[in-house]
Design a protein around this ligand. Structure first.
Ligand code: ZN
Length: 166
């Protein structure tokens, strides 16, 4: 399917490099590891990344810059909450920037400590990449139709795909 293009319900394999456009710093890349395979149209990726590769063919190189709203969202002040210090183990050393995971109603919620005293701890539940504009350079390595199983599960399978979880 050499004339196929990336579209809903295709499984695409890409090499990518993500940089911050202001200083060019690389925040993530697949170049030093296996390419990434994912199913298009099932919210496996940030929305702007899927939109950016849509319509591309194997061998194409695409580049795009995403505003926070198309990537990890804006920083929301309401997602920074103060928690009593006593909710953390007394022996746990706290430090600014420490990333932890809270269990809220059985759902793991990662957060970052952005302030603390003897009385309370300020926890930032914003995604670490929230509020950031991101640039991606992407090479389309492979492309195929999704299988029925993949469509039912909502993710890619197989040796190139995500680890299966059942
Ligand atoms: Zn599955």
């Amino acid at each position: 399917m050499s004339d196929a293009t990336v579209s809903e319900n295709t499984v695409v394999t890409v090499h990518y490099t993500g940089t911050f456009p202001d200083d060019g710093e690389v925040f993530d890349t697949s170049r030093d590891k296996e390419p990434m395979t994912f199913l298009i149209g099932h919210k496996n990726m940030i929305p702007g990344f899927e939109a950016g590769v849509m319509g591309a063919s194997v061998g194409d190189e695409v580049e795009f810059t995403l505003e926070p709203s198309d990537a990890y969202g804006d920083v929301e002040e309401g997602r920074v909450v103060s928690t009593p210090r006593e909710q953390f183990p007394a022996e746990m050393p706290l430090e600014l920037g420490l990333q932890l995971v809270a269990d809220i109603g059985g759902h793991p919620q990662p957060f970052t400590i952005v302030g603390f005293s003897d009385i309370e701890v300020k926890c930032d539940f914003n995604h670490p990449m929230a509020g950031k504009t991101l640039h991606f350079q992407v090479d389309i390595v492979d492309l195929r139709e999704a299988t029925e199983d993949e469509l039912a599960h909502g993710h890619a399978h197989g040796p190139d795909g995500h680890h299966h979880h059942d």
